[in-house]
Write a protein that binds this ligand. Sequence first.
Ligand code: NDP
Length: 310
Amino acid sequence: MIHIYFAAKDVRWDEYEAPLRKALDEKGLSYSLSDKCDDPSIIDYIVYAPNGPLKDFSPFSRAKAVLSLWAGVEDVVGNPTLKIPLARMVDSGLSEGMVEWVTGHVLRHHLGMDLHIHGQDGVWRDYVPPLARTRTVGILGLGALGQACGEALSALNFNVLGWSKSKKQLDNITCHSGEEGLKTVLRSSEILVLLLPKTPETENILNIETLALMPKGAKIINPGRGPLINDDALLAALDSGQTGHATLDVFRIEPLPADHPYWAHPNVTVTPHIASETRSDTASQVIAENIRRGEAGLPYLHLVNRTAGY
Ligand code: NDP
């Protein structure tokens, strides 16, 4: 019997219990699954969410792995009580949602939709937007989400440039890496999408110097993590017109405080960390597959590199 502890908020349990049981049953596993844990010493797998109650992993003496429901693991990766493998979430439903959100916001800027949505004032402005094939979109982060968004944008004919830590070769994305690669992507990107994890290396990656490299009036779209951007630098770039608009889904402090300048800035769109989320039906299959692998002695899917921090 495998003991699985669902260590996330109660509201998530209602959503996840049925699909998780279904996915575990389909794997033919014999298990107990609960969102309560009276005896940590019998737990084999911990299904984890950073907003749940669990912060100290040390009582889980026989646990084999922590399986995160979230893609971003910055709040748990450095936990000194966590000494067993940590897997993050790569979920087709999460990717699907991110592709839709990113594509929508890129198209808003590409097509200049605001001109008509906010400018219906009796003036006939016959501005015809350019075709996507003339527009370069940069994506910082070419992981599960960055690649999915890059593929979708490329299918719409955008010229897509991407940047990642390791050098990649992808069919429809011109890939860059390293410091010079970052500069190349920034210099060409009229629209830039941030899909990097938050790590010590990526914090403040958009700052005064890097924002200044971009074409004047470039648009920033950040569904990655708030600390990727130096907020003071972005506000200064927006005020000077160097940055044309910022669509921000994630922030250093969430919820974004009501008096934060982003709320009132005419060239900032705030969305409340809703770009996408893990979907219980598809994510349950990933969790069940990882438990099957753990029991079969196979390597886990989507293992976090604890040193790299993602
Ligand atoms: P992955 O781990 O699959 O991809 C991360 C990418 O970032 C990889 O391409 C990686 O490079 C690159 N990267 C990491 N560090 C560096 C660095 N120092 N320099 C250059 N590139 C770097 O993550 P996902 O695509 O699954 O998710 C990305 C992020 O999206 C999450 O960490 C999370 O913060 C955010 N997110 C936001 C959501 C929202 O609703 N707003 C929902 C879900 C996730 P390499 O490929 O070489 O390893």
